[in-house]
Design a protein around this ligand. Structure first.
Ligand SMILES: Cc1cc2nc3c(=O)[nH]c(=O)nc-3n(C[C@H](O)[C@H](O)[C@H](O)COP(=O)(O)OP(=O)(O)OC[C@H]3O[C@@H](n4cnc5c(N)ncnc54)[C@H](O)[C@@H]3O)c2cc1C
Length: 380
């Protein structure tokens, strides 16, 4: 067993950190003010090979998940909101196409998605169906040469900036729960698509958008994977994405911890540094340890996936634990800044808010516990 970071991953992390210093850090304030991530940023990421896939002998190969978690942690330490937009494009957009798309879909869309020129998102959640993924009502009616989609996807990250969306809809209403849905690749410039950017206070500057489909025609060739296997495709996508989002959430905790630690060692109250109050020093020790423990779970989830082993238990445990600590440490760090922390433009303000957002994406804490319990019971 080796706990050291592999040399090649350490090198990638250093290169990624340099990339962010050049292409993200100087512009972040503006992106937060305007609540938008420019397309050029995705193109820059793509040009330098940071969009989750590498091309090898003409084939796309996924970046190892161990590396993805480490890079996500680093990005989210600075901006969980930018990190989620990148994650959604890769893990909810490119990954389902890579896993379930036809050869022709992959050849048509993956290269430009990997260059950051075509942006992707995924819409499953509806007002009546979030945790209960299968319970969606969006209709897919079969017509000559394709399908007609009708319905609304309530919360779609990157919905405002994406060109294409992976959309789940009911293609087989009379089939069993597991076979009712199909997944479609929808061109968001199609007639009948409308978008409403929602006003939110988490994961800024990413967008959260309502996508409405009013008799939108989708050609047969845009069915992703098999008809009737949409539930399987979307659940598999979420299971995989749980690993990078755990890295993102760990980064949220680390960013908060570093901000809190800096404050505690600089601010003097009652004639001494906050960190010198024993109550606060114990909190610092406690949270530092919890971060290390969560990181071990996150890395193990990535490693397990990279080994080709069943990673469902590890992914849910990593997501569960990283959200627990990010919520705890986000609020702790904000507390240390007192009144200043409630100002929206204060750097610490985003951490508790973004930890809250992390608790919803790719399954709530309750959903993670359901999966963890189910996996435990399979072995007992
Ligand atoms: C910032 C943000 C970005 C998002 N981006 C996307 C996106 O890109 N694409 C997309 O499709 N969706 C997206 N979502 C939606 C997200 O996936 C859902 O909000 C999430 O799945 C929870 O669904 P819900 O909001 O309907 O809550 P509900 O499912 O109604 O849950 C409500 C409460 O009930 C609990 N609960 C649910 N089931 C059980 C159970 N069996 N046992 C015990 N307790 C339970 C939950 O834990 C929660 O506390 C996003 C949401 C947010 C906030």
């Amino acid at each position: 067993m080796d706990f050291a970071m592999p040399e090649n991953v350490a090198k990638e992390l250093e290169e990624f950190a340099n990339f962010l210093k050049k292409h993200m850090d100087p512009f972040l304030t503006e992106w937060y003010e305007k609540e938008i991530i420019p397309r050029e940023f995705f193109q820059n990421l793509g040009q330098e090979g940071w969009l989750g896939f590498k091309q090898k002998d003409g084939q796309f190969v996924e970046q190892p998940y161990l590396t993805q978690t480490i890079l996500m942690e680093h990005l989210a330490k600075v901006s969980p909101g930018v990190a989620v937009a990148v994650l959604v494009h890769i893990s909810l957009g490119m990954v389902p196409l890579f896993l379930f798309g036809s050869e022709s879909q992959k050849a048509t869309y993956l290269p430009s998605a990997a260059r950051g020129e075509t942006l992707l998102c995924l819409g499953n959640t509806e007002h009546k169906a979030g945790s209960d993924v299968a319970n969606i009502g969006m209709e897919a009616e079969k017509v000559d040469g394709g399908w007609v989609l009708n319905g609304t996807k309530a919360y779609v990250t990157n919905g405002a900036i994406s060109d294409l969306a992976l959309i789940t809809a009911v293609s087989d209403p009379d089939a069993s729960r597991n076979r009712r849905l199909s997944m479609f690749l929808v061109d968001l410039s199609s007639t009948g698509v409308s978008r409403k950017k929602l006003s939110k206070r988490v994961w800024i500057p990413s967008d959260l958008t309502r996508l409405r489909f009013d008799r939108v025609f989708v050609p047969d060739e845009n069915l992703v994977g098999e008809q009737g296997k949409g539930l399987h495709h979307v659940l598999s996508t979420f299971t995989q994405s749980r690993i990078p989002i755990s890295g993102l959430t760990l980064g949220t905790a680390v960013g908060a911890f570093e901000a809190g630690l800096e404050r505690a060692t600089k601010r003097e109250i009652f004639g001494q540094r906050i960190a010198d109050f024993q109550a606060k020093s114990f909190e610092i020790a406690d949270f530092f340890t919890r971060i290390q423990a969560a990181r071990l779970l996150v890395l193990k989830a990535g490693w397990t996936k990279d080994q080709g082993k069943d990673f469902r238990l590890e992914a849910s445990m990593a997501k569960y634990m990283s959200v627990e600590i990010a919520r705890l440490i986000g609020v702790w760090a904000a507390d240390l800044f007192g009144a200043a922390s409630v100002m929206e433009d204060h750097p610490v303000h985003k951490f508790p808010m973004d930890a809250w957002a992390s608790s919803l994406g790719e399954g709530t804490q309750d959903v993670q516990k359901l999966i963890i319990f189910r996996e435990i019971m399979k072995k007992n």
